[in-house]
Design a protein around this ligand. Sequence first.
Ligand code: PLP
Length: 601
Amino acid sequence: MEGDEFRRAAGEVADFIVDYLKGVKDRPVLPSVEPGYLHKLLPANAPQQPEAWQDIMTDIQDKILPGMTHWQHPHFHAYFPGGNSYPSMLGELLTAGLGSISFTWIASPVMTELETVMIDWVGRMMDLPKELLPYTEGGTGGGVIQGSSSECTLVCMFAARTKTITALKETHPGEDDCILLSKLVAYFSEEAHSSVEKAANISFVKRRILPTDDKFSLRGETLREAVEKDIASGMVPFFVCATMGTTGSAAVDNIEEIGQVCAEKDLWLHVDGAYAGNALICPEYRYLLKGFQNVMSFNYNPIKWMHVGLDCSVMWVRNKYYLVDALSINRIYYMEDEQEKHLLDYRNWTVPLSRRFRSLKLWCVIRTYGVEGLQEYIRSHVALAKMLESWVRADDRFEVVGTVEFGLVCFRLKGENNLTEFLLQRINQSGKAHMVPASLKGKYVIRFTPANWYYSEEFTKKTWDIITDFAEVVLRKHREATQRFQKLLAKYKDHARARHESASGGDVFEEEEDHSWNGVLRKLGYRTKLSDSCGAPARRQSSLEEVPEDSTLDDVQQNEAGSSSYRIKRALRSESSFRSLSLYGDESTRPVKQPSETLFS
Ligand code: PLP
Protein backbone atom coordinates (compact mmCIF):
# COMPACT_ATOMS: atom_id res chain seq x y z
CA MET A 1 0.00 0.00 0.00
CA GLU A 2 1.38 3.37 -0.97
CA GLY A 3 0.90 6.73 0.75
CA ASP A 4 -1.97 7.96 -1.41
CA GLU A 5 -3.85 4.72 -1.07
CA PHE A 6 -3.29 4.85 2.69
CA ARG A 7 -4.63 8.42 2.80
CA ARG A 8 -7.80 7.29 1.00
CA ALA A 9 -8.21 4.11 3.04
CA ALA A 10 -7.57 5.94 6.32
CA GLY A 11 -10.34 8.38 5.43
CA GLU A 12 -12.66 5.47 4.72
CA VAL A 13 -11.71 3.80 7.98
CA ALA A 14 -12.45 7.04 9.84
CA ASP A 15 -15.87 7.19 8.13
CA PHE A 16 -16.46 3.56 8.99
CA ILE A 17 -15.65 4.17 12.68
CA VAL A 18 -17.92 7.21 12.92
CA ASP A 19 -20.78 5.37 11.19
CA TYR A 20 -20.26 2.28 13.30
CA LEU A 21 -20.43 4.28 16.52
CA LYS A 22 -23.46 6.21 15.32
CA GLY A 23 -25.31 3.02 14.45
CA VAL A 24 -24.10 0.76 17.23
CA LYS A 25 -27.26 1.29 19.29
CA ASP A 26 -29.27 -0.52 16.61
CA ARG A 27 -27.23 -3.70 16.94
CA PRO A 28 -27.75 -6.39 19.58
CA VAL A 29 -25.14 -5.80 22.30
CA LEU A 30 -23.99 -9.40 22.19
CA PRO A 31 -23.34 -11.34 19.00
CA SER A 32 -25.27 -14.51 18.27
CA VAL A 33 -22.32 -16.46 16.87
CA GLU A 34 -21.09 -19.81 18.09
CA PRO A 35 -17.47 -20.55 19.06
CA GLY A 36 -15.47 -21.33 15.93
CA TYR A 37 -17.79 -19.31 13.66
CA LEU A 38 -14.95 -17.33 12.07
CA HIS A 39 -12.86 -20.34 11.25
CA LYS A 40 -15.70 -21.49 9.02
CA LEU A 41 -15.92 -18.12 7.29
CA LEU A 42 -12.25 -17.46 6.59
CA PRO A 43 -10.10 -19.36 4.12
CA ALA A 44 -7.92 -22.06 5.65
CA ASN A 45 -4.73 -20.49 4.27
CA ALA A 46 -3.41 -16.96 4.03
CA PRO A 47 -3.76 -15.44 0.53
CA GLN A 48 -0.80 -15.97 -1.77
CA GLN A 49 -1.59 -12.84 -3.78
CA PRO A 50 -2.18 -9.28 -2.55
CA GLU A 51 -5.81 -8.38 -1.89
CA ALA A 52 -7.54 -5.05 -2.30
CA TRP A 53 -8.17 -2.95 0.80
CA GLN A 54 -11.82 -2.71 -0.23
CA ASP A 55 -12.16 -6.51 0.04
CA ILE A 56 -10.74 -6.39 3.54
CA MET A 57 -13.25 -3.70 4.53
CA THR A 58 -16.09 -5.78 3.09
CA ASP A 59 -15.02 -8.69 5.27
CA ILE A 60 -14.83 -6.42 8.28
CA GLN A 61 -18.51 -5.58 7.72
CA ASP A 62 -19.61 -9.11 6.90
CA LYS A 63 -17.40 -11.34 8.99
CA ILE A 64 -15.83 -9.32 11.78
CA LEU A 65 -18.68 -7.13 13.00
CA PRO A 66 -21.09 -10.07 13.46
CA GLY A 67 -18.69 -11.51 16.03
CA MET A 68 -18.31 -8.31 18.03
CA THR A 69 -19.60 -7.66 21.52
CA HIS A 70 -20.32 -3.97 21.24
CA TRP A 71 -18.53 -2.36 24.16
CA GLN A 72 -19.53 1.11 22.99
CA HIS A 73 -23.23 0.23 22.83
CA PRO A 74 -25.47 2.42 25.02
CA HIS A 75 -26.72 -0.70 26.82
CA PHE A 76 -23.33 -2.29 27.40
CA HIS A 77 -23.10 -2.19 31.20
CA ALA A 78 -20.81 -5.15 31.78
CA TYR A 79 -17.44 -5.27 33.56
CA PHE A 80 -16.16 -1.71 33.81
CA PRO A 81 -16.55 0.75 30.94
CA GLY A 82 -14.27 0.08 27.97
CA GLY A 83 -12.74 3.51 27.60
CA ASN A 84 -12.43 5.03 24.18
CA SER A 85 -12.75 8.39 22.46
CA TYR A 86 -11.80 10.04 19.19
CA PRO A 87 -8.70 11.76 20.65
CA SER A 88 -7.57 8.42 22.02
CA MET A 89 -8.03 6.80 18.59
CA LEU A 90 -6.06 9.61 16.97
CA GLY A 91 -3.30 9.13 19.51
CA GLU A 92 -3.24 5.42 18.65
CA LEU A 93 -3.11 6.19 14.95
CA LEU A 94 -0.22 8.57 15.49
CA THR A 95 1.57 5.98 17.64
CA ALA A 96 1.19 3.44 14.87
CA GLY A 97 2.20 5.95 12.23
CA LEU A 98 5.31 7.14 14.04
CA GLY A 99 6.22 3.50 14.47
CA SER A 100 8.88 3.93 17.14
CA ILE A 101 9.65 1.44 19.86
CA SER A 102 11.02 2.42 23.19
CA PHE A 103 12.88 0.43 25.82
CA THR A 104 15.91 2.55 26.59
CA TRP A 105 15.84 6.32 26.73
CA ILE A 106 17.96 6.59 23.60
CA ALA A 107 15.76 4.17 21.65
CA SER A 108 13.32 7.08 21.39
CA PRO A 109 13.89 9.81 23.99
CA VAL A 110 10.50 11.49 23.57
CA MET A 111 8.66 8.27 24.37
CA THR A 112 10.34 8.11 27.77
CA GLU A 113 10.07 11.84 28.35
CA LEU A 114 6.37 12.15 27.50
CA GLU A 115 5.58 9.10 29.61
CA THR A 116 7.29 10.62 32.63
CA VAL A 117 5.55 13.97 32.09
CA MET A 118 2.16 12.24 31.82
CA ILE A 119 2.81 10.31 35.01
CA ASP A 120 3.57 13.58 36.70
CA TRP A 121 0.51 15.33 35.19
CA VAL A 122 -1.92 12.62 36.24
CA GLY A 123 -0.30 12.30 39.67
CA ARG A 124 -0.87 16.04 40.15
CA MET A 125 -4.40 15.80 38.78
CA MET A 126 -5.04 13.25 41.55
CA ASP A 127 -3.08 15.11 44.20
CA LEU A 128 -0.98 12.03 44.92
CA PRO A 129 1.71 12.39 47.62
CA LYS A 130 4.73 14.10 46.09
CA GLU A 131 6.91 11.16 47.17
CA LEU A 132 5.29 9.12 44.39
CA LEU A 133 5.87 11.72 41.67
CA PRO A 134 8.86 11.60 39.31
CA TYR A 135 10.16 15.17 39.44
CA THR A 136 10.15 15.66 43.20
CA GLU A 137 13.54 16.99 44.10
CA GLY A 138 15.67 14.50 45.99
CA GLY A 139 12.88 11.93 45.77
CA THR A 140 12.98 8.31 44.75
CA GLY A 141 9.44 8.20 43.38
CA GLY A 142 8.39 7.81 39.80
CA GLY A 143 6.06 6.01 37.51
CA VAL A 144 5.61 4.06 34.36
CA ILE A 145 2.77 3.19 32.01
CA GLN A 146 2.13 -0.53 31.89
CA GLY A 147 -0.19 -2.40 29.58
CA SER A 148 -2.54 -3.53 32.35
CA SER A 149 -3.30 -3.51 36.04
CA SER A 150 -2.28 -7.14 36.13
CA GLU A 151 1.25 -6.20 35.09
CA CYS A 152 1.36 -3.39 37.67
CA THR A 153 0.52 -5.74 40.53
CA LEU A 154 2.95 -8.31 39.20
CA VAL A 155 5.96 -6.00 38.88
CA CYS A 156 5.28 -4.47 42.29
CA MET A 157 5.13 -7.95 43.79
CA PHE A 158 8.43 -8.76 42.05
CA ALA A 159 9.98 -5.59 43.48
CA ALA A 160 8.73 -6.40 46.98
CA ARG A 161 9.95 -9.98 46.66
CA THR A 162 13.44 -8.92 45.61
CA LYS A 163 13.56 -6.30 48.38
CA THR A 164 12.56 -8.85 51.04
CA ILE A 165 14.84 -11.63 49.82
CA THR A 166 17.77 -9.21 49.67
CA ALA A 167 17.10 -8.21 53.27
CA LEU A 168 16.68 -11.85 54.36
CA LYS A 169 20.00 -12.75 52.82
CA GLU A 170 21.68 -10.32 55.13
CA THR A 171 20.18 -11.94 58.20
CA HIS A 172 20.44 -15.48 56.81
CA PRO A 173 23.73 -15.50 54.87
CA GLY A 174 24.26 -18.67 52.89
CA GLU A 175 20.59 -19.60 52.90
CA ASP A 176 19.32 -20.73 49.52
CA ASP A 177 17.01 -18.29 47.67
CA CYS A 178 14.42 -21.05 47.26
CA ILE A 179 14.24 -21.61 51.01
CA LEU A 180 13.81 -17.90 51.59
CA LEU A 181 11.20 -17.66 48.84
CA SER A 182 9.20 -20.47 50.41
CA LYS A 183 8.68 -18.30 53.49
CA LEU A 184 7.18 -15.27 51.73
CA VAL A 185 3.48 -14.52 52.10
CA ALA A 186 1.32 -12.03 50.19
CA TYR A 187 -2.06 -10.81 51.48
CA PHE A 188 -5.17 -9.58 49.74
CA SER A 189 -8.88 -9.84 50.21
CA GLU A 190 -11.42 -12.27 48.87
CA GLU A 191 -12.68 -9.38 46.73
CA ALA A 192 -9.29 -8.60 45.16
CA HIS A 193 -9.07 -9.08 41.40
CA SER A 194 -7.94 -12.47 40.14
CA SER A 195 -4.81 -10.81 38.74
CA VAL A 196 -3.47 -10.42 42.30
CA GLU A 197 -3.69 -14.16 42.91
CA LYS A 198 -2.18 -14.72 39.48
CA ALA A 199 0.74 -12.45 40.44
CA ALA A 200 1.27 -14.56 43.57
CA ASN A 201 1.25 -17.70 41.43
CA ILE A 202 3.78 -16.28 38.99
CA SER A 203 5.93 -14.95 41.84
CA PHE A 204 5.78 -18.37 43.47
CA VAL A 205 4.83 -16.97 46.86
CA LYS A 206 2.27 -18.09 49.38
CA ARG A 207 -0.86 -16.04 49.72
CA ARG A 208 -3.58 -15.43 52.29
CA ILE A 209 -6.96 -14.50 50.91
CA LEU A 210 -8.60 -12.51 53.69
CA PRO A 211 -12.29 -12.02 54.48
CA THR A 212 -13.85 -8.59 54.09
CA ASP A 213 -16.32 -6.78 56.33
CA ASP A 214 -19.99 -6.34 55.55
CA LYS A 215 -19.10 -3.57 53.08
CA PHE A 216 -16.75 -5.95 51.20
CA SER A 217 -13.76 -3.98 52.45
CA LEU A 218 -10.57 -5.44 53.90
CA ARG A 219 -9.90 -4.09 57.39
CA GLY A 220 -6.60 -3.54 59.18
CA GLU A 221 -7.37 -5.89 62.08
CA THR A 222 -8.08 -8.80 59.73
CA LEU A 223 -4.73 -8.21 58.06
CA ARG A 224 -2.90 -7.80 61.35
CA GLU A 225 -4.26 -11.06 62.71
CA ALA A 226 -3.21 -12.98 59.60
CA VAL A 227 0.24 -11.37 59.48
CA GLU A 228 0.95 -11.99 63.16
CA LYS A 229 -0.16 -15.59 62.87
CA ASP A 230 2.24 -16.10 59.97
CA ILE A 231 5.12 -14.39 61.73
CA ALA A 232 4.53 -16.60 64.76
CA SER A 233 4.81 -19.68 62.57
CA GLY A 234 8.07 -18.55 60.98
CA MET A 235 6.68 -17.17 57.72
CA VAL A 236 7.74 -13.85 56.21
CA PRO A 237 4.87 -11.50 55.28
CA PHE A 238 6.12 -9.18 52.51
CA PHE A 239 3.33 -7.80 50.31
CA VAL A 240 -0.24 -6.57 50.62
CA CYS A 241 -2.53 -5.58 47.79
CA ALA A 242 -5.41 -3.33 48.78
CA THR A 243 -8.11 -2.55 46.24
CA MET A 244 -9.59 0.86 45.57
CA GLY A 245 -12.79 -0.19 43.83
CA THR A 246 -13.15 -3.97 43.77
CA THR A 247 -14.32 -5.64 40.60
CA GLY A 248 -17.36 -7.16 42.28
CA SER A 249 -18.85 -4.12 43.93
CA ALA A 250 -16.32 -1.24 43.69
CA ALA A 251 -15.70 -1.53 47.43
CA VAL A 252 -12.63 0.19 48.83
CA ASP A 253 -10.32 -1.54 51.27
CA ASN A 254 -9.44 0.46 54.36
CA ILE A 255 -6.10 1.76 53.13
CA GLU A 256 -5.51 3.80 56.26
CA GLU A 257 -5.81 0.82 58.61
CA ILE A 258 -4.00 -1.53 56.24
CA GLY A 259 -1.24 1.04 55.73
CA GLN A 260 -0.62 1.23 59.46
CA VAL A 261 -0.14 -2.52 59.67
CA CYS A 262 2.15 -2.44 56.64
CA ALA A 263 4.25 0.35 58.15
CA GLU A 264 4.57 -1.51 61.46
CA LYS A 265 5.46 -4.83 59.87
CA ASP A 266 7.50 -3.44 56.98
CA LEU A 267 5.23 -4.80 54.23
CA TRP A 268 5.01 -3.45 50.70
CA LEU A 269 1.54 -1.98 50.23
CA HIS A 270 0.31 -1.84 46.65
CA VAL A 271 -3.04 -0.22 45.87
CA ASP A 272 -4.91 -1.54 42.85
CA GLY A 273 -7.15 1.34 41.78
CA ALA A 274 -7.83 -0.05 38.31
CA TYR A 275 -11.32 1.43 38.10
CA ALA A 276 -12.08 3.66 41.08
CA GLY A 277 -8.59 5.19 41.08
CA ASN A 278 -9.80 7.32 38.17
CA ALA A 279 -12.17 9.12 40.54
CA LEU A 280 -9.18 10.70 42.30
CA ILE A 281 -9.08 13.33 39.60
CA CYS A 282 -12.25 14.74 41.24
CA PRO A 283 -11.43 16.57 44.49
CA GLU A 284 -14.53 15.13 46.21
CA TYR A 285 -12.88 11.69 46.04
CA ARG A 286 -9.56 12.70 47.56
CA TYR A 287 -10.65 11.19 50.88
CA LEU A 288 -9.59 7.93 49.21
CA LEU A 289 -5.98 9.05 49.63
CA LYS A 290 -6.19 8.63 53.40
CA GLY A 291 -3.35 6.33 54.37
CA PHE A 292 -1.37 6.90 51.17
CA GLN A 293 1.67 7.92 53.21
CA ASN A 294 2.24 4.18 53.67
CA VAL A 295 1.57 3.16 50.10
CA MET A 296 4.59 1.83 48.21
CA SER A 297 2.91 1.63 44.83
CA PHE A 298 -0.40 2.55 43.19
CA ASN A 299 -1.91 2.09 39.78
CA TYR A 300 -5.09 2.87 37.91
CA ASN A 301 -6.46 2.21 34.42
CA PRO A 302 -7.41 5.30 32.38
CA ILE A 303 -8.87 2.77 29.95
CA LYS A 304 -11.64 2.11 32.40
CA TRP A 305 -12.91 5.57 33.21
CA MET A 306 -10.93 8.29 31.47
CA HIS A 307 -11.79 7.98 27.77
CA VAL A 308 -8.50 6.27 26.95
CA GLY A 309 -8.55 3.16 24.74
CA LEU A 310 -6.82 -0.08 25.69
CA ASP A 311 -4.03 -0.44 26.69
CA CYS A 312 -2.83 1.91 29.41
CA SER A 313 -2.32 1.45 33.14
CA VAL A 314 -0.51 4.19 35.01
CA MET A 315 1.59 3.18 37.97
CA TRP A 316 3.59 5.07 40.60
CA VAL A 317 6.19 3.77 43.03
CA ARG A 318 7.65 5.36 46.14
CA ASN A 319 11.09 3.95 45.40
CA LYS A 320 11.98 3.23 41.80
CA TYR A 321 15.25 1.59 42.82
CA TYR A 322 13.36 -1.43 44.19
CA LEU A 323 11.59 -1.89 40.87
CA VAL A 324 14.74 -1.54 38.82
CA ASP A 325 16.61 -3.90 41.17
CA ALA A 326 14.00 -6.56 40.47
CA LEU A 327 13.68 -6.11 36.72
CA SER A 328 16.93 -4.83 35.30
CA ILE A 329 19.11 -7.12 33.19
CA ASN A 330 21.82 -5.42 31.19
CA ARG A 331 23.35 -6.24 27.82
CA ILE A 332 25.91 -4.36 25.81
CA TYR A 333 23.42 -3.53 23.03
CA TYR A 334 21.31 -1.46 25.45
CA MET A 335 24.27 0.91 25.71
CA GLU A 336 23.76 1.57 29.41
CA ASP A 337 26.69 2.68 31.42
CA GLU A 338 25.66 5.32 33.91
CA GLN A 339 23.46 4.45 36.87
CA GLU A 340 21.08 7.39 36.48
CA LYS A 341 20.57 6.79 32.77
CA HIS A 342 19.83 3.20 33.54
CA LEU A 343 16.94 4.40 35.72
CA LEU A 344 15.41 6.23 32.81
CA ASP A 345 15.15 3.09 30.74
CA TYR A 346 11.60 1.97 31.20
CA ARG A 347 12.45 -1.55 30.08
CA ASN A 348 13.80 -1.90 33.62
CA TRP A 349 10.38 -1.10 35.07
CA THR A 350 8.35 -3.61 33.06
CA VAL A 351 8.23 -7.27 32.05
CA PRO A 352 8.37 -6.71 28.25
CA LEU A 353 11.36 -5.09 26.70
CA SER A 354 9.72 -3.27 23.79
CA ARG A 355 7.19 -0.62 24.71
CA ARG A 356 4.39 1.23 22.93
CA PHE A 357 3.99 5.01 22.89
CA ARG A 358 0.99 4.83 25.24
CA SER A 359 1.59 8.25 26.71
CA LEU A 360 0.74 9.85 23.36
CA LYS A 361 -2.93 8.91 23.46
CA LEU A 362 -3.11 9.83 27.14
CA TRP A 363 -1.69 13.25 26.27
CA CYS A 364 -4.17 13.62 23.39
CA VAL A 365 -7.11 12.71 25.65
CA ILE A 366 -6.12 14.92 28.58
CA ARG A 367 -5.55 17.91 26.30
CA THR A 368 -8.73 17.43 24.31
CA TYR A 369 -11.07 17.05 27.29
CA GLY A 370 -9.12 19.06 29.85
CA VAL A 371 -9.15 17.99 33.48
CA GLU A 372 -12.60 19.50 33.86
CA GLY A 373 -13.99 17.52 30.94
CA LEU A 374 -12.69 14.29 32.43
CA GLN A 375 -14.06 15.17 35.87
CA GLU A 376 -17.40 15.90 34.27
CA TYR A 377 -17.43 12.46 32.65
CA ILE A 378 -16.75 10.69 35.94
CA ARG A 379 -19.37 12.75 37.76
CA SER A 380 -21.96 12.01 35.06
CA HIS A 381 -21.37 8.30 35.49
CA VAL A 382 -21.70 8.56 39.26
CA ALA A 383 -24.93 10.56 38.88
CA LEU A 384 -26.38 7.94 36.51
CA ALA A 385 -25.39 5.11 38.84
CA LYS A 386 -27.06 6.91 41.75
CA MET A 387 -30.14 7.45 39.61
CA LEU A 388 -30.38 3.75 38.83
CA GLU A 389 -29.75 2.99 42.49
CA SER A 390 -32.73 5.16 43.46
CA TRP A 391 -34.99 3.31 41.01
CA VAL A 392 -33.82 -0.06 42.33
CA ARG A 393 -34.43 1.02 45.92
CA ALA A 394 -37.89 2.33 45.06
CA ASP A 395 -38.92 -1.03 43.59
CA ASP A 396 -39.63 -3.49 46.39
CA ARG A 397 -38.96 -6.51 44.18
CA PHE A 398 -35.27 -5.54 44.12
CA GLU A 399 -32.48 -4.78 46.52
CA VAL A 400 -29.16 -2.94 46.18
CA VAL A 401 -26.13 -4.81 47.51
CA GLY A 402 -23.09 -2.82 48.65
CA THR A 403 -22.56 0.92 48.48
CA VAL A 404 -22.91 2.98 45.33
CA GLU A 405 -19.89 5.22 45.67
CA PHE A 406 -18.72 5.32 42.07
CA GLY A 407 -20.37 4.36 38.79
CA LEU A 408 -21.28 0.78 39.70
CA VAL A 409 -24.59 -0.49 41.04
CA CYS A 410 -24.97 -4.08 42.28
CA PHE A 411 -28.57 -5.16 42.55
CA ARG A 412 -30.66 -8.31 42.67
CA LEU A 413 -34.19 -9.59 42.88
CA LYS A 414 -35.05 -10.30 46.49
CA GLY A 415 -35.16 -14.00 47.28
CA GLU A 416 -33.26 -16.97 45.91
CA ASN A 417 -30.14 -16.35 43.85
CA ASN A 418 -31.54 -18.23 40.89
CA LEU A 419 -34.18 -15.53 40.35
CA THR A 420 -31.47 -12.96 39.68
CA GLU A 421 -29.41 -15.48 37.77
CA PHE A 422 -32.32 -16.18 35.53
CA LEU A 423 -33.11 -12.49 35.13
CA LEU A 424 -29.57 -11.78 33.97
CA GLN A 425 -29.64 -14.73 31.62
CA ARG A 426 -32.84 -13.39 30.08
CA ILE A 427 -31.44 -9.87 29.67
CA ASN A 428 -28.23 -11.08 28.06
CA GLN A 429 -30.02 -13.54 25.81
CA SER A 430 -32.28 -10.78 24.55
CA GLY A 431 -29.35 -8.83 23.11
CA LYS A 432 -31.01 -5.67 24.43
CA ALA A 433 -28.48 -5.02 27.19
CA HIS A 434 -25.40 -6.68 28.56
CA MET A 435 -24.40 -6.97 32.19
CA VAL A 436 -22.33 -9.47 34.17
CA PRO A 437 -22.86 -10.87 37.66
CA ALA A 438 -20.86 -10.88 40.85
CA SER A 439 -21.16 -13.01 43.93
CA LEU A 440 -21.03 -10.91 47.07
CA LYS A 441 -20.85 -13.04 50.22
CA GLY A 442 -22.98 -15.66 48.53
CA LYS A 443 -25.47 -13.21 47.04
CA TYR A 444 -25.71 -13.33 43.28
CA VAL A 445 -25.94 -9.75 41.98
CA ILE A 446 -26.12 -8.05 38.61
CA ARG A 447 -23.55 -5.31 38.07
CA PHE A 448 -24.53 -2.16 36.19
CA THR A 449 -22.14 0.54 35.02
CA PRO A 450 -23.11 3.32 32.59
CA ALA A 451 -21.79 2.81 29.07
CA ASN A 452 -18.58 4.52 28.01
CA TRP A 453 -19.63 6.20 24.81
CA TYR A 454 -23.39 6.75 25.10
CA TYR A 455 -24.28 7.47 28.68
CA SER A 456 -27.37 9.48 29.46
CA GLU A 457 -30.43 9.50 31.66
CA GLU A 458 -32.48 8.35 28.68
CA PHE A 459 -30.31 5.28 28.02
CA THR A 460 -30.13 4.48 31.73
CA LYS A 461 -33.92 4.67 31.98
CA LYS A 462 -34.24 2.40 28.98
CA THR A 463 -31.90 -0.13 30.58
CA TRP A 464 -33.99 0.00 33.74
CA ASP A 465 -37.11 -0.65 31.64
CA ILE A 466 -35.38 -3.67 30.07
CA ILE A 467 -34.46 -4.94 33.54
CA THR A 468 -37.94 -4.47 34.99
CA ASP A 469 -39.71 -5.93 31.94
CA PHE A 470 -37.68 -9.11 32.24
CA ALA A 471 -38.05 -9.12 36.02
CA GLU A 472 -41.79 -9.20 35.56
CA VAL A 473 -41.54 -12.19 33.23
CA VAL A 474 -39.15 -14.01 35.54
CA LEU A 475 -41.24 -13.44 38.64
CA ARG A 476 -44.45 -14.49 36.87
CA LYS A 477 -42.82 -17.67 35.57
CA HIS A 478 -41.46 -18.33 39.02
CA ARG A 479 -44.91 -17.96 40.61
CA GLU A 480 -46.44 -20.27 38.02
CA ALA A 481 -43.67 -22.85 38.43
CA THR A 482 -43.98 -22.74 42.21
CA GLN A 483 -47.72 -23.36 41.99
CA ARG A 484 -47.20 -26.26 39.61
CA PHE A 485 -44.51 -27.65 41.85
CA GLN A 486 -46.73 -27.52 44.92
CA LYS A 487 -49.51 -29.29 43.02
CA LEU A 488 -47.23 -32.00 41.76
CA LEU A 489 -45.69 -32.45 45.17
CA ALA A 490 -49.12 -32.99 46.69
CA LYS A 491 -49.93 -35.50 43.95
CA TYR A 492 -46.69 -37.29 44.58
CA LYS A 493 -47.38 -37.51 48.28
CA ASP A 494 -50.84 -38.93 47.59
CA HIS A 495 -49.32 -41.48 45.29
CA ALA A 496 -46.70 -42.51 47.84
CA ARG A 497 -49.30 -42.61 50.61
CA ALA A 498 -51.56 -44.86 48.53
CA ARG A 499 -48.68 -47.24 47.89
CA HIS A 500 -47.87 -47.24 51.56
CA GLU A 501 -51.43 -48.10 52.52
CA SER A 502 -51.80 -50.89 49.98
CA ALA A 503 -48.60 -52.58 51.11
CA SER A 504 -48.99 -55.40 53.62
CA GLY A 505 -46.78 -54.21 56.43
CA GLY A 506 -43.00 -54.72 56.56
CA ASP A 507 -41.04 -53.28 53.74
CA VAL A 508 -43.62 -51.09 52.06
CA PHE A 509 -41.26 -49.79 49.38
CA GLU A 510 -39.61 -53.08 48.64
CA GLU A 511 -40.63 -53.09 45.00
CA GLU A 512 -38.46 -50.08 44.26
CA GLU A 513 -34.80 -49.90 45.13
CA ASP A 514 -33.62 -47.80 48.04
CA HIS A 515 -31.30 -45.79 45.87
CA SER A 516 -34.19 -44.65 43.74
CA TRP A 517 -37.34 -44.51 45.80
CA ASN A 518 -35.69 -43.55 49.06
CA GLY A 519 -33.37 -41.31 47.16
CA VAL A 520 -36.42 -39.40 46.06
CA LEU A 521 -37.83 -39.31 49.55
CA ARG A 522 -34.57 -38.09 50.96
CA LYS A 523 -34.49 -35.34 48.38
CA LEU A 524 -37.90 -34.38 49.61
CA GLY A 525 -36.51 -33.99 53.08
CA TYR A 526 -37.89 -37.34 54.25
CA ARG A 527 -35.52 -39.25 56.49
CA THR A 528 -35.20 -43.03 56.31
CA LYS A 529 -33.37 -44.95 58.97
CA LEU A 530 -31.87 -48.01 57.33
CA SER A 531 -30.31 -49.75 60.27
CA ASP A 532 -30.34 -49.57 64.05
CA SER A 533 -27.26 -49.16 66.17
CA CYS A 534 -26.68 -52.94 66.20
CA GLY A 535 -26.62 -53.08 62.44
CA ALA A 536 -29.98 -54.85 62.15
CA PRO A 537 -32.33 -53.54 59.49
CA ALA A 538 -34.70 -51.03 61.04
CA ARG A 539 -38.31 -50.44 60.14
CA ARG A 540 -38.48 -47.54 57.77
CA GLN A 541 -40.06 -44.44 59.19
CA SER A 542 -42.48 -43.39 56.53
CA SER A 543 -44.46 -40.36 57.52
CA LEU A 544 -44.68 -38.39 54.31
CA GLU A 545 -46.14 -35.53 56.27
CA GLU A 546 -42.57 -34.80 57.35
CA VAL A 547 -41.81 -33.68 53.83
CA PRO A 548 -41.52 -29.88 53.77
CA GLU A 549 -43.88 -28.20 51.34
CA ASP A 550 -41.13 -26.14 49.75
CA SER A 551 -38.81 -29.07 49.09
CA THR A 552 -36.86 -29.30 45.88
CA LEU A 553 -35.88 -32.28 43.80
CA ASP A 554 -32.87 -31.11 41.88
CA ASP A 555 -30.91 -34.35 41.73
CA VAL A 556 -33.45 -37.12 41.68
CA GLN A 557 -32.01 -40.20 40.04
CA GLN A 558 -33.82 -41.10 36.88
CA ASN A 559 -33.45 -44.87 36.95
CA GLU A 560 -37.07 -45.84 37.27
CA ALA A 561 -38.41 -45.03 33.86
CA GLY A 562 -41.69 -46.82 33.35
CA SER A 563 -42.55 -47.14 37.03
CA SER A 564 -45.83 -45.66 38.11
CA SER A 565 -44.25 -42.91 40.18
CA TYR A 566 -41.59 -42.09 37.64
CA ARG A 567 -43.60 -39.65 35.57
CA ILE A 568 -44.69 -37.64 38.56
CA LYS A 569 -41.18 -37.64 39.97
CA ARG A 570 -39.76 -36.51 36.67
CA ALA A 571 -42.30 -33.74 36.41
CA LEU A 572 -41.55 -32.73 39.98
CA ARG A 573 -37.91 -32.68 39.17
CA SER A 574 -38.27 -30.35 36.24
CA GLU A 575 -40.74 -28.12 38.07
CA SER A 576 -38.58 -27.88 41.12
CA SER A 577 -35.58 -26.66 39.26
CA PHE A 578 -35.97 -23.03 38.45
CA ARG A 579 -33.79 -23.56 35.44
CA SER A 580 -36.74 -25.36 33.91
CA LEU A 581 -38.29 -21.96 33.36
CA SER A 582 -36.07 -21.53 30.36
CA LEU A 583 -38.09 -24.31 28.71
CA TYR A 584 -41.10 -22.05 28.61
CA GLY A 585 -39.47 -19.78 26.09
CA ASP A 586 -40.23 -16.18 25.48
CA GLU A 587 -40.88 -14.42 22.20
CA SER A 588 -38.54 -11.58 23.09
CA THR A 589 -35.49 -13.76 23.58
CA ARG A 590 -33.11 -14.77 20.87
CA PRO A 591 -31.05 -17.94 20.98
CA VAL A 592 -27.90 -16.24 22.15
CA LYS A 593 -25.45 -18.16 24.22
CA GLN A 594 -24.67 -16.38 27.44
CA PRO A 595 -20.98 -15.66 27.11
CA SER A 596 -20.11 -15.16 30.69
CA GLU A 597 -21.81 -16.92 33.52
CA THR A 598 -19.24 -15.91 36.00
CA LEU A 599 -17.67 -12.58 36.60
CA PHE A 600 -14.57 -11.77 34.60
CA SER A 601 -12.50 -11.31 37.74
N1 PLP B 1 -7.96 -4.88 39.20
C1 PLP B 1 -9.26 -4.59 39.22
C2 PLP B 1 -9.87 -4.01 40.46
C3 PLP B 1 -10.04 -4.79 38.08
O1 PLP B 1 -11.34 -4.52 38.10
C4 PLP B 1 -9.42 -5.33 36.93
C5 PLP B 1 -10.20 -5.57 35.71
O2 PLP B 1 -11.31 -5.20 35.59
C6 PLP B 1 -8.07 -5.62 36.98
C7 PLP B 1 -7.36 -5.39 38.13
C8 PLP B 1 -7.36 -6.21 35.78
O3 PLP B 1 -7.14 -5.21 34.87
P1 PLP B 1 -6.21 -5.45 33.58
O4 PLP B 1 -7.10 -6.02 32.55
O5 PLP B 1 -5.74 -4.07 33.25
O6 PLP B 1 -5.11 -6.34 33.97
